[in-house]
Design a protein. Sequence first.
Length: 132
Amino acid sequence: MASASPPSNFNCLPNCGVCCNLVSFHPMGFDSLFDRIQRDPIKFLYTKDGVWPITEDLTCCFLSKEKLCAIYESRPPICVLFGTIPKHGCPFLFPDGKPRSEKQRDKLLQEQEEHVKRLRENIKEYQERYRL
């Protein structure tokens, strides 16, 4: 079965950054992007998934103050797919670029808040387990 391609007409809203949370990077790939960091990581976690640059507010370290991606052309696949697949839906737009209702937006924003809360808990547990 062939996998569906992301819709080509999906464009992020300007100056949004709502989906720009923590992302893991392959260590070699991350090294090549290091000079584009916009938010100073307070620590780096190394897991089987790669390196996780942890920022104070748990946003991506490549998200600028203007909420622009400093590595847009070489962003990770999860970032490319965000908003185009149901599991990672944009709170504001459908994959075809049409706006969501206020109710749909609020539901997805709540889910994202819960995701960030779980991330904080997982990071804390990881730090305690490995005494970081």
